[in-house]
Write a protein that binds this ligand. Structure first.
Ligand code: FA5
Length: 342
């Protein structure tokens, strides 16, 4: 064995040199394993003790222990120093100034169509109407057949839609809730059913493929067109808070008899003609009529005893008129500059 004392002090010096350079906790640990680990350099020396005289063994053993203790202490000190540096850096980067005023809360708000819908719901609830919901994915039966629109009826072409592979469809109007409501609640009945509807049609400033309607229906004894007109007028004055010019003209829908179209004078152009009213000065808003006896029968109601009116308000169009919005596509555009105005 070469001079063990010299070897030990060389190893000591070399370990201290490496420790000086170690600038991470992992690097310090590597120095420890290299010098003091089970297979470390200082332990290798102990293996050679057999070759020493008892006197040398005692002396070298003591030296080895002192060096080990010294290294142990310095390794710990270096590790602690590095941990403090790491903690300081973390604290500096994650520092939060609790005295800084919080950024203002930026609350969202209801979509303009929802606002109009909620107002109408409140109005109709105050008039004793129930608010019903219907499925957006509807059966052909409720969307068409039960509304007196059999498969070969031309009225189906006016409401082309999106079909599912299983034969169901995205409802083209809220009218299916008429029959669902009759089945569920029976007469006498006053209900509205707001909701989203879908049509496979060309999109333009006044037509969307996805829009909102609000269905209304009242079934009781001796319900007449007079009731219908009263509720239509109440609805319009509640929404517009002012006189609006309307016109009532005959309209055909297989599920009402007689049927009407209630149009409102275009509030975008004041009736002079614009892209929203297609230059006609009028906007179709509120088709309505007296519930067809066949529909009452589909709903399990005897038309000899009961009669009713129904209407299908174009809710998205109403919101356009209410807020003078000249393009229906803005509603679903997700453009915050547009939405923030309401
Ligand atoms: C219907 O959907 C009937 N179910 C309404 C009805 C109910 C009549 C009860 C009688 C009794 P229509 O297809 O006309 O009818 O649509 C009703 C309203 O929805 C229209 O007056 C219009 O305001 C609105 N509307 C129709 N198509 C679109 C569209 N593509 N984009 C936006 N609004 C539309």
């Amino acid at each position: 064995m070469a001079d063990p004392e010299q070897t030990i002090s060389q190893l000591h010096a070399s370990a201290l040199g490496q420790l000086e350079l170690a600038d991470t906790i992992e690097a310090v640990e590597a120095v420890r394993v290299d010098a003091l680990g089970r297979k470390g350099k200082l332990n290798e020396i102990s293996k050679e003790f057999g070759k020493l005289t008892p006197g040398e063994r005692k002396h070298i053993g003591k030296l080895l222990n002192t060096v080990k203790q010294d290294l142990e202490a310095r390794l710990e000190a270096r590790k602690a120093a590095l941990e403090t540096v790491a903690l300081d850096a973390r604290l500096a980067s994650e520092w939060i100034d609790l005295t800084t005023p919080a950024p203002g809360v930026r609350p969202g708000h209801l979509h303009p169509v929802t606002q109009v819908q909620r107002e109408l719901e409140e109005l109709f609830v105050s008039l004793g109407f129930a608010v019903l919901d219907g499925p957006e994915v509807e059966s052909e039966y409720y969307n068409f057949d039960a509304l007196n629109i059999p498969a070969d009826h031309p009225a189906r072409d006016m409401q082309d839609t999106f079909w599912l592979k299983d034969g169901r469809l995205l409802r083209t109007h809220t009218s299916p809730v008429q029959v669902r409501g009759l089945e569920m609640l029976g007469p006498p009945l006053k209900m509205i059913a707001p909701g989203r509807v879908f049509r496979n049609e060309e999109v333009d400033p006044s037509h969307e493929h996805t829009f909102y309607q609000l269905e209304g229906m009242m079934v009781d004894r001796d319900v007449s067109v007079a009731h219908l007109i009263y509720f239509m007028k109440t609805l319009l004055s509640a929404i517009f808070h002012r006189e609006v010019t309307v016109r009532l003209r005959p309209g055909f829908f297989p599920f009402v008899e007689p049927g009407f179209e209630l149009d409102i004078q275009c509030l975008i152009c004041g009736g002079t003609g614009c892209p929203v009213c297609k230059q006609s000065g009028w906007v179709e808003l509120l088709p309505c009529g007296l519930v067809h006896p066949s529909v009452l029968r589909y709903g399990g109601v005897d038309p000899e005893e009961w009669s009713g009116f129904a209407f299908g308000l174009g809710l998205t169009r109403l919101a356009m008129m209410r807020y003078a919005i000249d393009d229906i596509r803005l509603f679903a555009s997700g453009d915050l500059r547009f939405l923030k105005q309401f």
